[in-house]
Design a protein around this ligand. Structure first.
Ligand code: PLP
Length: 774
């Protein structure tokens, strides 16, 4: 046990009250006629009184205490006062012989004849010491967490050579308390302590080097904090345990202290409240959250071991120590009975990964039969993702060539940070003035042709189309609509009829007519005749069109590459028919084609409405309608447009971050190049593969059409088999088209030329594995 700091093995000083009062007066000029011994583990602390009223606090240090440690304490308090002067930290008084307030020596004086001790004096902070933690209100508990975080934040820039000492209750030194376990008299307690120490070795030790570290207070608990009548910390005292260690040490310490005497589940609730308060100031990193409950357990275990050892060594009154040990063991028992993993989840809220089969069953139970089925024969249990890679619960990674929503890449730090930062600041709605949505609207308008001058924010592509449709019917006074044969535009009652992809025949509505878009692979419908016929059908039903809705990359219709002439012709006919054009950019927008920000721009048309969704917030829900002011003027006389979440500051921050990344990473040219290379490489690799009928696309919106050998007959079974084989070969794709025979290759725009060979290798392996390579 030689590595233990000598202050722990040396008996505390033994001054009496009269001597203490005399020191106060002689050394620090405190007028005191009495003193009360407040008791302390290693030192002596006295409340000096004058006519029974508190006058000052006198602290007599252990004879083994180093002056460097004492100076570090004086320096840190001065540091904290500079950084966060509102923190209620006890600042020492200068002694009478001192002149320089910046010199740490001004705050300590040597007293005692036979045995020399350093003394310090502090002003009295009003409030109560050693409050009963179980009486603290929830509000006070949260405030404790906040104060602890503020204290650590104020100490962040402080350093001192003495801080690199080792004290046994420091989280980093917990393994050394193994040597004290033999002193624990109760065998159940020692078994429990050992279990926690084992857990420390497997859960904390391997992460130790990567946990954020700095100089921290080290022992923030009810013994070292003075509270006001509301239980709020009004004084932080005793920096005698500070050291350079993991940041979460203080948090573990305060949780350990505040859960004392709480029963049952309440301990975990209190721990969570402390954590909430802490994270209002300093959000924890993922690893810190993972180990916080283990750190709490480790503090409790160390407390039992150290307390037992000190009382066995005669350094503490065994009866006094025993009372604390019983309370600490109750805490430990609760963690052990709950189980370390479950306790970790209850404190941090991070849910453990469940088994795939269990989740599939529970999903069916709660989502019911109408929910879209899971993709792939062996559904992916997504654990985390980054850029174009998704990882399952086993750590297996998959090249994501399917998901368009994380447009600038899964978990892009710019977007994640923007969301987190704004949600910490304020999230409200557009009835309050806030810059984010206004800036986002301005940035979006700057990407649009003149005339599109107004932005309305909503929350999903469906809502955007719904609102555009509502405005179109209002403006034109009509009810007819046109969409492509197998379109999907959304889920709402108004838009579902324009989403034939998910409609049964009997659900088709009279007021919606469909046309088959140009299919260059089969050389079909290359002119506007299908569209003209659909228009005529509407007119014949006396349902003239209010709007035409087009997804410019035709994702649901099998990814068709339309020519500008063709679409311009349709747009002209639409306007001639008195209808409005809704460019649905939910799929094709935000640079998907690599040619322009919006897919309608490749056709050179001027839509009346542009609807945005999916990629707009990189996964965070936000959507918009961009339209012309004139359409809203009459509408505004009748009603207002308000969506509670539409354009809220957090969503808008996500939207802005996406636009920033698209610019900063020069995403559009990268998309164009990657798409070009992908199509060329797939064509080259499948030249002799008869089931691959066509490889087409724009930028990173691509389709690979799977057909019967020697024909152009769609083969949905082969397409589905290839999709599942690709998953087994580590690449995620989907299928699309009216016949479900087109492989949908629509990766996050973080997909670059580097990923092309990975994709092509998996495709070739999948075709070979299915005997489709010929
Ligand atoms: C082209 C298109 N428009 C609109 C929507 C509807 O968007 P949301 O699912 O966000 O309501 C979708 C969704 O897949 C879509 O693909």
């Amino acid at each position: 046990m030689d590595s233990i700091d000598a202050v722990l093995t040396t008996h505390p000083p033994r001054f009496d009250e009269v001597e203490a009062a005399a020191i106060g007066g002689d050394v620090f000029g405190v007028v005191a006629d009495g003193a009360v011994n407040l008791g302390s583990e290693r030192d002596q602390t006295f409340l000096l009184t004058s006519s029974r009223a508190p006058a000052a606090v006198l602290k007599v240090s252990n004879s083994a205490e180093s002056t460097a440690n004492l100076d570090m304490e004086a320096l840190v308090v001065a540091h904290i006062a500079r950084v966060d002067p509102s923190l209620p930290v006890a600042r020492p008084l200068m002694h009478l012989a001192a002149a320089d307030p910046d010199a740490p020596l001004s705050y300590r004086a040597l007293v005692g004849a036979s045995q020399a001790h350093w003394c310090r004096a502090y002003p009295v902070i009003p409030g109560r010491l050693r409050c009963n933690p179980s009486e603290l209100s929830d509000r006070a508990v949260i405030a404790w967490g906040e104060t602890v975080a503020r204290l650590a934040r104020a100490m962040r820039g402080f350093s001192h050579p003495s801080a690199h000492r080792v004290l046994p209750w420091d989280l980093k030194a917990v393994p050394m308390v193994r040597g004290m376990v033999a002193a624990i008299r109760n065998p159940e307690w020692s078994t429990a302590v050992e279990q926690v120490l084992d857990r420390y070795d497997t859960a904390i030790a391997p992460r130790w080097e990567s946990l954020r570290a700095q100089v921290v207070h080290g022992d923030l608990n009810v013994d070292n904090a003075i509270v006001d009548d509301d239980g709020m910390i009004s004084g932080i005292i005793d920096f005698g345990d500070m050291s350079h260690t993991a940041l979460i040490t203080d948090l573990a310490s305060v949780i350990d202290s505040l859960v004392l005497d709480r029963t049952g589940d309440d301990s975990f609730r209190i721990a969570r409240l402390v954590l909430d308060g802490y994270q209002r100031v300093t959000p924890l990193e993922a690893d810190e959250l993972l180990v916080i409950s283990d750190a709490w357990a480790a503090r409790a275990a160390a407390g039992i071991a150290i307390g037992s050892w000190r009382s066995a060594e005669g350094l503490e009154d065994p009866e006094f120590a025993e009372r604390d040990l019983v309370r600490l063991y109750a805490v430990l028992r609760r963690i052990l009975d709950t189980g370390f993993d479950e306790a970790a989840q209850r404190v941090s809220g991070i849910s453990p990964m469940r088994s795939r089969d269990e989740l599939i069953r529970r999903r069916e139970d709660v989502f019911g039969p109408a929910a879209e089925p899971l993709t792939y024969d062996e559904p992916l249990l997504a654990h985390h993702a980054s850029g174009v890679w998704m990882y399952d619960a086993n750590g297996d990674r998959f090249l994501d060539a399917y998901n368009n929503v994380p447009c600038v890449g899964h978990a892009h730090p710019r977007v994640s940070e923007a969301i987190a930062r704004q949600s910490r600041l304020v999230n409200t709605h557009l009835r309050y003035l806030h810059p984010t949505a206004i800036e986002l609207a301005e940035r979006l308008l700057a990407t649009c042709p003149a005339g599109l001058d107004t932005v309305l924010f909503v929350n999903s592509g469906s809502e955007a189309n719904d609102l555009a449709w509502r405005l179109a019917t209002h403006v034109t006074g009509r009810r007819g609509a046109l969409c492509t044969h197998f379109a999907y535009h959304g889920i709402s009652e108004a838009i579902a009829p324009m989403s034939p992809e998910v409609l049964y025949k009997q659900q088709h509505s009279d007021h919606v007519e469909r046309w088959r878009p140009a299919d260059a692979y089969r050389g079909e419908h290359l002119d506007a005749s299908q569209f003209v016929e659909a228009l005529a059908r509407l007119e014949s039903k006396e349902l003239p069109p209010a709007a035409v809705m087009l997804d410019g990359i035709l994702q649901s219709d099998g990814v068709q590459v339309l020519t500008p002439e063709y679409v311009r012709d349709l747009a002209r006919r639409t306007h001639e028919a008195g209808a409005l054009w809704i460019a649905d950019e939910v799929q094709g927008g935000h640079g998907r084609t690599g040619e322009a920000m919006w897919s309608f721009q490749r056709f050179g048309i001027k839509p009346d409405f542009v609807t945005l969704g999916k990629p707009m917030g990189n996964g965070h829900p936000i959507a918009a309608v961009i339209t012309r002011r004139e359409f809203l003027e009459d509408f505004a006389d009748a009603t207002v447009i308000f969506s509670t979440f539409g354009g809220n500051p957090v969503s808008a921050a996500a939207g802005l971050a996406v636009l920033d990344v698209l610019e900063d990473e020069r995403v559009l040219p990268r998309v164009a190049a990657a798409g070009q290379m992908l199509r060329t490489a797939v064509r080259d690799a499948t030249r002799d593969v008869s089931c691959v009928g066509d490889v087409r696309g724009m930028g990173l919106a691509n389709g690979i059409e799977i057909v019967g050998p020697g024909s152009k007959t769609p083969d949905p079974v082969a397409a589905s088999n290839i999709k599942n084989a690709m998953k087994r070969n580590g690449v995620l794709i989907g299928t699309t088209g009216a016949a479900a025979n087109v492989l949908k290759v629509r990766p996050p725009l973080a997909f670059t030329e580097r990923e092309v060979p990975v994709f092509v290798d998996a495709l070739v392996a999948s075709l070979r594995g299915l005997d489709l390579a010929e």
